[in-house]
Design a protein around this ligand. Structure first.
Ligand SMILES: [Zn+2]
Length: 402
């Protein structure tokens, strides 16, 4: 069976074509794949996703490169018979998107080579953006933006992009950006006066068709610099998302978009100050509350004061703060509990000169509450889910002090 003639090699902008079915196979997916004598469909490969479209009106979900056997067109629906003439149509918006991302990648990769002698080791077209892995040591925003600047200048100079054939020997004499990945005759893509590289993908006629190239973000990954970028319509879509986000943030400050980051940073700082002030006020409040609680109970004959108290919906942090304020008074023990619908919390604490082992008392109390807890002889925390037994747990601890 002769190999499929790949029409996209000659013309990346060919949308409709006629062909004959040369083979038909069932796929494990349940769909049928057909092979044609010629096709404009680009199959998945070289970091570029497959085209989609129709064959005689039936949906082509994906195209797979079966190397020498040709291009497999996976069809959802009724597949044509072997020998039948078919009319194929690729989804042009998807192809244009891939042309923009792929050609954009050629230009951006060459910009890193031109400026920093940094070759590209990997390329992927993802759902919203693209990634290239560049051998760029010490990446910074400034360095990467210099490459973006150069790449966009090449786009706006609207340079011609041509396809050339070369033998391996001829190619060996040429300044190719990357080593050919296959033997035999090579397909070279030349961006006028800028880039020459072997490639089997679909490219723009001229660089202007790429529109623009923008870098979203970058990170170090496996010894390389992974750069996330978008070209053409993806760059516009990404600009719209970014603009929407920054305007929404700016609206919170009733400020202009470009002032939003500065105002957000100031708010974070103010928030830290507020947190510090709230903490010191809470400590003052805990001391006042502790004094009031101590004033309401009478000391034992030995001068010891035991404060056992249950609160509703008080968090562990606040409970602990009150316990610490209580035991700053001599000969004082705090047996504090808090409850909500789901859980009971406990904090037991004692002043240095007061008797008792808070850790041991806490373990017993938590057993009563069906929970867990522990700590040190002078301070222990815990809790459990048996909220109804909270009072009983605290009373038992108070009794066991003696
Ligand atoms: Zn290419």
């Amino acid at each position: 069976m002769p190999a499929t003639e790949r029409l996209y090699y000659q013309d990346s902008h060919l949308v409709e074509f006629e062909a004959r079915v040369t083979d038909k196979t069932d796929r494990v997916s349940g769909w049928t794949a057909v092979t044609l004598d010629r096709t404009a469909f680009y199959p998945t490969g070289g970091g570029q996703p497959s085209d989609t479209g129709t064959l005689n009106g039936e949906r082509v979900l994906e195209c797979i490169d079966d190397e020498d056997n040709g291009v497999l067109h996976v069809i959802q629906g009724r597949a044509p018979e072997v020998g039948a003439s078919v009319r194929g149509r690729i989804d042009w918006p998807r192809r244009l998107d891939h042309i923009q991302q792929h050609t954009g990648q050629h230009i951006l990769s060459q910009a890193f080579v031109t400026l920093f002698s940094a070759p590209t080791r990997g390329f992927r077209v993802l759902h919203d953006v693209c990634e290239i892995d560049v051998e760029l040591t010490n990446p910074t925003n400034e360095l990467i933006e210099r490459a973006v600047e150069l790449a966009n200048n090449v786009v706006w100079e609207d340079r011609e992009i041509t396809i050339k054939a070369a033998t391996a020997d001829e190619a060996a004499q040429l300044p190719l950006r990357k080593e050919p990945s296959r033997a035999g005759e090579l397909r070279l893509i030349e961006i006028e006066g800028f880039d020459l590289t072997p490639c089997g993908g679909t490219h723009a006629y001229r660089t202007g068709e790429v529109g623009m190239i923008a870098v979203r973000t970058w990170e170090r990954a496996k010894g390389l610099t992974r750069i996330e970028f978008a070209a053409g319509t993806r760059a516009l879509a990404d600009y719209r998302r970014a603009n929407k986000t920054s305007r929404a943030v700016a609206a919170l400050f009733s400020a202009s978009r470009d002032d939003a980051a500065k105002l957000a940073a100031r708010m974070v700082e103010e928030n830290k100050d507020l947190h510090r002030r709230v903490r010191s006020l809470e400590e003052i409040a805990a001391r006042v509350e502790a004094d009031e609680l101590l004033a309401s109970i009478s000391p034992s004959s030995a001068g010891m004061r035991v404060v056992s108290q249950i609160f509703d919906d008080r968090d562990a942090e606040s409970l602990k703060r009150l316990a610490l304020a209580l035991i700053s008074h001599p000969n004082t023990i705090a047996l504090l509990g808090s409850r909500d619908k789901e859980a009971a919390r406990l904090v037991f604490a004692k002043a240095a000169d007061a008797p008792g082992n808070m850790n041991a008392l806490m373990r017993d109390a938590c057993e009563t509450l069906d929970g867990r807890g522990g700590g040190k002889p002078d301070m222990a925390q815990g809790g459990g889910k048996n909220v109804a037994k909270l009072a009983q747990a605290i009373d038992a601890a108070a009794e066991n002090l003696n």
